[in-house]
Design a protein around this ligand. Structure first.
Ligand code: GLY
Length: 417
């Protein structure tokens, strides 16, 4: 049976309602009628890029759906490709496995075409066993994002999705360390490690904890909030930039210090990490209404908008300014999604307008070539081009499933017609 279709406007409202328990403001205005933000902190990006238009958004979806369809088929999950190399795929246990299913659900939400629902269900079903896996902290990406969308867009199978989301939240909570006040991300050279990207995983605990409403649920929600508060304390510098990875002593909870990762150095600001922080704190605030998360989201967002260059797509690290440096369009897409999420929950209307303005201009860049070649361009793999994964290991730009998913999620938040 086919799920009852929803209009694009209600689709957006439903996406935000899951992400925004506090307040949902009026619909987004697209195109030339966007008022330049009074309180904009953006310097060059907003000055040179026009806001995305409805026509460009339509073109973007048409190119995206064509490319998503081309990635379907084998029983494995699209990951990405660089240069002319082979397009790589993974099994369900890679941290990236949820992004392609999430894109399929977003395509269904946009088109209401049952073929997308069938494909999205097929890929989501392959993911569901991962919910019980305690060996990763990325269950927000792997289960929370795609299954959360499935829960919104496929109510007929709500019980199946609710169970997976609940199990994933319980699995994630098993990584809690009370002395540190956080969920372990990974081990860095043998040390207990935390990564700023985890701001995107903690909201799964808050959301599921709130949904359960039980004593156990309230504990999950408390852990998710506490994790975000620890990230705010240890990862957000005074100027609003973020540290990528930190090591701790798990017996005492003592912070041992930054660990270099995918950025330029332990002292720099990795662009995608900053974008994950914007989106994670914004979502955490939208779910909890906690002022500490609003303050964190505002600061990391302000640092972003003040430091991205003309064109709104930064170099892979915000401390790298050479024009020839590899860029990371996925960071721009995630930041646009985060700024729209923040704008929808932001109680200050001027700040909300500024964040929304930056997001729609960023999307104005990303929906056109070279970042998103037109639907009839040949030889294009994946949706969003010009992404980087880990520049210290591989400088080549390419296309990856996470940038695709967050570009489409940001576009979905624009739907108002
Ligand atoms: N979470 C890993 C990354 O963003 O590359």
């Amino acid at each position: 049976m086919i799920t009852r279709p929803c209009s694009p406007a209600s689709f957006r409202r439903r996406l935000l309602r899951r992400a925004c328990a506090v307040s949902v403001t009026a619909g987004l205005v697209l195109g030339p009628s966007v008022t330049p933000a009074a309180a904009a902190t953006s310097v060059s990006c907003a000055a040179v890029v026009a806001p995305v238009t409805s026509t460009a958004v339509d073109g973007a979806w048409s190119a995206a759906t064509r490319r998503l369809a081309a990635l379907a088929g084998p029983a494995s999950f699209p990951f990405g490709a660089t240069g002319g190399g082979a397009y790589r795929r993974t099994n369900a246990y890679a941290w990236t496995s949820g992004f392609y299913p999430a894109s399929l659900w977003l395509a269904f939400g946009r088109t209401h075409d049952p073929a997308w629902q069938t494909l999205a269900r097929r890929y989501t079903d392959r993911l569901l066993p991962v919910a019980g896996w305690r060996g990763t902290h990325d269950l927000g990406f792997m289960i929370g994002l795609p299954v959360g969308l499935a829960r919104t867009l496929d109510p007929e199978r709500a019980a199946l999705y609710d169970r997976a989301l609940r199990v994933a939240a319980e699995s994630l909570s098993s990584r809690w360390n009370a002395r540190i006040g956080a969920l372990q991300s990974a081990t860095y050279a043998g040390r207990w490690g935390l990564i700023v990207d985890s701001a995107m995983n903690a909201p799964l605990l808050i959301e599921q904890g709130q949904a359960a409403g039980s004593v156990a649920g309230r504990r999950l929600a408390r852990l998710g909030l506490a994790h975000l508060i620890t990230l705010r304390r240890d990862f957000v510098r005074a100027d609003g930039s973020t540290i990528h990875r930190q090591a701790y002593d798990p017996r005492t909870g003592r912070l041992l210090g930054p660990v270099p990762g995918q950025g330029l150095s332990a002292a720099s600001t990795w662009a995608r990490g900053q974008a994950w922080a914007i989106a994670g704190f914004a979502r955490g605030y939208a779910l909890t209404g906690d002022d500490r998360l609003l303050e964190a989201a505002r600061r990391v967002a302000a640092y972003w908008t003040a430091h991205v260059p003309a064109g709104c797509v930064p170099a892979w690290d915000l401390d790298v300014s050479r024009d020839s440096a590899p860029r990371d369009s996925s960071a721009a897409a995630i930041a646009a999604y985060g700024l729209l999420t923040l704008a929808d929950a932001e109680p200050d209307s001027e700040r909300a307008a500024a964040d929304r303005d930056h997001a729609v201009r960023t999307l104005g860049t990303l929906v056109a070539a070279p970042w998103l070649p037109a639907a009839d361009a040949s030889g294009v793999r994946g949706v969003l081009q010009g992404q980087t994964y880990n520049v210290p290991a591989d400088r080549r730009e390419g296309t990856y499933a996470w940038g695709d998913a967050y570009l489409l999620a940001a576009l979905a938040l624009l739907d108002v017609s």
